[in-house]
Design a protein. Sequence first.
Lengths: 484, 198
Amino acid sequence: MTEPRTLSEKIWDAHVVESPLADAARREALGAEADAGPQADLLYIDLHLVHEVTSPQAFEGLRLSGRTVRRPDLTLATVDHNVPTIGRDQPNPDPLSATQIQVMSDNCREFGLPLYGIFDTRQGIVHVIGPEQGVTQPGLTIVCGDSHTSTHGAFGALAFGIGTSEVEHVLATQTLRQSRPLTMSVEVTGQLGPGVTAKDVILAIINEIGVDGGVGYVIEYRGEVIRSLSMEGRMTVCNMSIEGGARAGLIAPDETTFEYVKGRPRAPQGEDWEQAVEYWRTLPTDEGARFDREVVLDGAAIEPFVTWGTNPGQSVQIGDVVPDPASFEEPTRREAATRALEYMDLEAGTPIREIAIDRVFLGSCTNARIDDLRAAASIVEGKQVASSVHAMVVPGSGLVKAQAEQEGLDAIFTAAGFEWRDAGCSMCLGMNPDILLPGERCASTSNRNFEGRQGPGGRTHLVSPPMAAAAAIAGRFVDVRELA
Amino acid sequence: MDPVSRVVGKAIPLNRANVDTDQIIPAKYLKRIERTGYGPFAFEAWRADPDFVLNNPAYEGAPILIAQQNLGSGSSREHAVWAIQGLGVSALIAPSFADIFKNNCFQGGVLTVELAQEDVDWLMARAEETPDAEIEVDLESQTVRAGPGWERSFEIDAFRKYRLLRGLDDIGMTLEYEADVERFEEARSPLLPTVAAD
């Protein structure tokens, strides 16, 4: 009888190639040197996603040391961070951007990696395309040189972001040396009210634990609210784990997960499917397994959230006002709130509903899947974007875009005055020309409201897709529940 | 990687919490495909304020930077570490660091020293009041010294310390476990997905 284990511990254990701490014989043989040897486990990586921005220096490192990619068949590349979202039939006007995209393509050719390039309909945000292709599956270890890799945890995979040196390490060895993380359970009980989305759930969680509450932990999201979310909603929740400080967040696979994966291009077929599901059913956390920290939130109490500050923990519900920095007891939080209000040009006590906006961004690996676009389109249908607002939709992938067009969502958005773009990260991180001008205020479905994130001097308020859509129409924040 | 053992010098007091990697290096500079040359763009937006600490010539040449909790939060961009190195900084002191950033610092040979909040506050105040005051971070003995009688120890994973002191190549070390990796791969389920070209 083995000890009861959590979901993340089971995945971890199944991927340990070599564990200096567990292997007593090896420690014995190494003697005193054991203490100076690796203390962390060597983990096998099942899937490595690669994009143009955090990989060029890693490939250069391989070249300089004469190394190759160990498993090109477990390494999938695309271009997303830096690609233009309009005018792809024209030459890229930014030579640095053009070079980086070209280098991704050259590296894939040189090292034999599959690439969903800019003219491939499967191109898109790296965290949208993995699930879409069915290559993101329960029980896998998944890494990518991007902090939002936690998105894939929605499938019951252990997925986390890494830096460029670690990208090179995975390319060369298909492994990573990692210390075992602590475990945290975040349970969201009850049921969500109408108009409340997965985005509001994760903003509520970050508000509760703080932007560094998850440092050192893997979070497992549990409870009735989480179980009732669609896969798109679960991806939204897991996506922002890193905004709460946790490198990885995951959700136990269940019928919703299997339903989503089944029939996708890279999903197991026929008898293989049955076998895979049988294994996936063994993954959920065992009865009696212990977490290092447990947090419980009442789902029924969650309302649509809007961030007012410059980190994703600085948020309030739509009916609230901008808080007074003096209300924060901890000096660093008070100081941060004061700075944030100054940057955001907001006054304490201002009702969130009175904050007017200039831009709306509907997109990003947090909220640019088909469900998100449908939810926003249902708010926008038959209405007009306020004349003071410039609004755009950037689908998460070429396939999401195609699906939305098939459903007529593009027509709803464009008739209302939204721009309808090609897939990419776009204004979420402000690498390509899709940026805010200094002082512009944006209702954004993305994940980070850091200073200058969407463009130098730009001011970002994070919201759900329906809230962003409603704000586009009203020209200010409104409670989406009052529009119904 | 060059070996790292001891960092001595002035310290820049960056008295802010949750300093994110977008501040350390804005996304627009991530289009470059090199590992070096990011120093001039580090903290670009904050440097536009003449009163920002990095604009104070008193801290010129400081190899240490002190900040508040959750230093390096947000994006996984290792460019943030390269930018900090570009400033000439090779040791960071804070009450806590974001996980990915901490790993990236280790990869680049930048020391991340976690001290108790009160010790960070004390060093911060000292660096603010006396910019010339030196701090010594010694990896071998895992200690931070600041003036006579002020000494604190810090924790570091023994393997990381071993590697930093010798400047060893992480990939080279892992490749020594090739046989283990091969054994693991032979035992992997054939049902697991691949992305091999279709």
